[in-house]
Write a protein that binds this ligand. Structure first.
Ligand SMILES: Cc1ncc(COP(=O)(O)O)c(C=O)c1O
Length: 320
């Protein structure tokens, strides 16, 4: 796909040509204050000629959970949305690594603070997002002076768009201060996460990450890596409150998320982590994650939904 945008997006039940999917300018503002979204990846496998959506059901369940939490009603269920996404990937001929973003937003009602809407609008877009797995990418981070929103202020565990202003402030501060990335502490001063990714550290062969009550998003990549570490690599895993200084003395630190995938942190607040390069545990996890998401490793097929781009899948659809 060479266009700057896909041919179609999915909007309230229809595949709509990109140029025709417009709203009036006065819809901007309050409609997005209450919006929630998902970030999902499909990975291309050149060998099989197929793209696989990673943990699609879990992402859609989280979308519906996010909507419920911010009181956005919808008529769509998870399997209808799943089918909409697969059809959209096919009609857009996404033969590359792709990011899929459903956004649910408030529609009707007066443009006031009241957050209620009869039924949420919902659209889904796709766009190319090349993977950086196994490229050796390393970032420098700083612990932000901004604290991560806490559960008594906003709901950090879901993908509420307003939450992201918090992360944006932290990244802007980090970049202005000469770093690539920010790490936010929670209101208790414990490590929470990065603006769009969870954080994990390795110390003495143990994988450690903040538990889900530390003001973090309930991350699907985090869950994936914890399971792979425990079940495939046999690593001891700890989910608990993490001190800031544990980051400084860690052997390895990395960020994880759908977009972030696995991103190695080589330096935090000028403390070099390990030797500043991807460590052995991170590399083992990254190789495993890479092979699983792309369908090179055939285990856990329930994590990969084939889009139906492979010749055999197309032929069977056409004969139906
Ligand atoms: C704030 C935040 N934390 C963590 C993550 C990682 O979540 P997931 O692994 O489900 O993509 C994301 C999204 O990618 C995020 O936006």
């Amino acid at each position: 796909m060479n266009e700057a945008h896909p041919r179609y997006l999915w909007w309230n039940g229809q595949q709509v040509p990109w140029e025709e999917a417009t709203v009036h300018v006065t819809e901007l503002g309050w409609s997005t204050v209450g919006a929630v979204f998902e970030g999902i990846r499909a990975y291309w496998n050149a060998e099989t000629g197929e793209a696989y959506v990673f943990r699609l059901d879990e992402h859609l369940e989280r979308l519906l959970r996010s909507m419920r939490l911010v009181r956005l009603a919808t008529r769509w269920n998870s399997s209808e949305l799943s089918e909409a996404i697969l059809q959209l990937l096919r009609v857009n001929e996404c033969r590359e690594d792709t990011y899929i973003q459903p956004i649910a937003y408030r529609t009707a009602g007066p443009k006031t603070l009241s957050g209620f809407s009869e039924e949420a609008g919902l659209y889904i877009t796709t766009r190319p997002m090349p993977s950086h797995l196994l490229t050796g990418k390393v970032v420098r981070a700083k612990v932000s002076s901004w604290r991560r929103i806490s559960d008594d202020v906003m709901p950090p565990r879901v993908k509420n768009i307003s939450n992201y202003r918090n992360g944006q402030l932290a990244v802007m501060e980090a970049v202005l201060d000469g770093y690539d990335q920010a790490i936010l502490l929670n209101s208790e001063g414990k490590v929470a996460e990065a603006p769009g990714a969870c954080i994990m550290l390795v110390r003495a062969g143990k994988l450690i990450t903040p538990d889900v009550t530390q003001s973090i998003l309930e991350s699907i990549t985090r869950d994936t890596l914890l399971r792979l570490a425990r079940e495939e690599l046999g690593l001891p895993v700890e989910e608990r409150a993490v001190d800031r200084t544990e980051l400084y003395v860690a052997d390895e630190v990395f960020l994880c998320g759908t977009a972030a995938e696995i991103t190695v942190v080589g330096e935090i607040d000028h403390y070099v982590i390990g030797d500043g390069k991807p460590g052995a545990v991170t590399r083992a996890l990254e190789q495993l994650y890479h092979d699983m998401v792309r369908g090179i490793d055939p285990r856990r097929p329930e994590w990969r939904t084939p889009v139906g781009l492979a010749p055999a899948a197309r032929a069977s659809r056409e004969s139906d």
